[in-house]
Design a protein around this ligand. Structure first.
Ligand code: SF4
Length: 449
């Protein structure tokens, strides 16, 4: 029998921030049960892979990672969306145990049972235990850095025709606002200065007492973070009230991630997105009106089944009208089990690739114009590490989530005000003018030093 205290685990996370957050809680829960976390898979007895199924490639990477370590005799555990998708009676090659996205609460108990020779009859657990919400793990979690993610809700009720999330994450559940506040205060006490609130569709948050704008207002008033971010906003559900709370707050940042997906109303309808091209542009205009300095970022896919050149032109038109500060762009990848996977797709890969290249070029051209508007202005930056290209420089993000290159090598966590003196590629080059020693003086910070 292997003793709990000697067991070492390593967890690799694929996919979105939601998985990053879940991995943190899983890791915390295993540690509270006596397991030890190690920094490399080679040192571990148990390898966990928190998988993503949003695109085919991501799915394959998460599965391959486990198989490679299974061959080396490690105990392998699959978490996340890929695990959730499989039937309970299925045996996944290379995987000893698999846990769906809402059954992580059983992890420590089942891993121990497995090691002691009591393998569960059904090795894929997909029961809905509401993730780790049934325990107080989120409230006990130890912060690993001054920036942390906090989940405010799980699942999604939208069923966009291309998306696997409602099947892998389940229906929408909002965490109680008091619970979220407690988790944030715990993180704040540990020195965390920036939190990002996570949800597939944060704007439909409702815990029976508070809607999203009321949650934001509560967190704004009851915490002292330097920055509170949130993602993702569904364009259909983003309200004026939310924007108003941001405008009145010094903490809640004016970075709005607003997935467009496509610019053509015809394609948006096939995607079941719930808005038209014109409505999306109207929402973006409302953001710019209430929050003139807002950073608007987006996700756009090309090559959805039936997309014509004309439809693609509509996407470019929205890109030009909204002037996104950044866009995640990709080619549509059919996900088995979704409605869109059944649609006839007659666009060649060559055409899809060409559209993607044109889109990236246009997004970058516009984002560059947006960045040059930052020149000669002052912004606050939180240093996140060294610049990738030049270790004598630092990299950090401003309030609007824009990553800049900061002249000088500053330790991660340094908070400073800097003047943008140039733009290289899409990165503002920042000359620091004032280092802020104490985060508490944030309210006195003036950006026109
Ligand atoms: S809103 Fe649509 S794309 Fe986003 S998670 Fe829900 S179903 Fe998927």
């Amino acid at each position: 029998m292997i003793k709990t205290k000697k067991l070492k685990f390593y967890i690799r996370t694929f996919g979105c921030q939601m998985n990053v957050y879940d991995s943190r809680l899983v890791s915390e829960s295993l540690k509270l049960s006596g397991f030890e976390e190690v920094n490399t898979p080679e040192e571990a007895d148990v390898i966990l892979s928190n998988t993503c199924s949003v695109r085919q490639k991501a799915e394959e990477r998460g599965v391959k990672f486990l198989r490679d370590y299974k061959k080396q005799g490690k105990i392998t555990v699959m978490l996340g969306c890929v695990a959730q998708q499989h039937r309970r009676d299925q045996v996944l090659p290379g995987v000893d145990l698999a846990f769906g996205t809402r059954s992580y609460i059983l992890l420590p108990q089942y891993i121990m049972g497995y090691l002691n020779g009591n393998a569960p009859e059904n090795r894929i657990l997909g029961e809905d235990f509401g993730l780790l919400e049934l325990t107080d793990t989120p409230l006990k979690r130890r912060a690993t850095w001054i920036q942390e993610y906090v989940n405010i809700m799980q699942g999604c009720d939208n069923f966009c025709s291309y998306c696997i999330v409602p099947f892998t994450r389940g229906r929408e559940i909002s965490r109680p606002s008091e619970h979220i506040l407690k988790e944030l205060i715990n993180l704040q006490k540990q020195g965390v200065v920036e939190v990002t609130l996570l949800g597939q569709n944060v704007n439909s948050y409702f815990d029976g007492k508070r809607q999203f704008y009321q949650l934001l207002d509560l967190l704004d008033k009851e915490t002292e973070f330097l920055r509170i971010r949130f993602t993702t906003s569904h364009p259909r559900d983003l309200t004026y009230k939310v924007l108003r709370v941001i405008a009145d707050s010094t903490r809640i940042t004016d970075w709005i991630h607003l997935p467009l997906q496509a610019g053509s109303t015809r394609i948006l309808k096939k995607m079941r997105r719930g808005y038209t091209k014109e409505e999306y542009i109207e929402i973006a205009n409302m953001i710019r009106e209430v929050l003139p300095e807002a950073t608007i970022t987006t996700d756009i896919m090309v090559g959805f089944p039936g997309e014509t050149d004309e439809d693609f032109e509509d996407t470019l038109d929205v890109v030009r009208k909204v002037k996104f500060d950044h866009a995640f762009t990709f080619i549509y990848s059919p996900r088995p089990g979704t409605r869109a996977a059944k649609l006839k797709d007659d666009t060649s890969n060559e055409v899809k690739g060409k559209r993607l290249r044109i889109l990236i070029e246009e997004v970058n051209r516009i984002a560059h114009i947006q960045r040059t508007r930052m020149i000669s202005k002052f912004y606050d930056f939180l240093v996140e590490g060294e610049s990738r290209k030049d270790k004598s420089l630092s990299a950090g993000r401003n309030r609007g989530f824009i990553k800049g290159v900061i002249l000088g090598n500053y330790p991660p966590g340094t908070y400073l005000i800097g003047k943008v003196i140039d733009v290289k590629g899409l990165a503002p080059i920042v000359q620091p003018v004032k280092i802020i020693d104490k985060f508490e003086i944030y309210n006195e910070l003036t950006l026109s030093v």
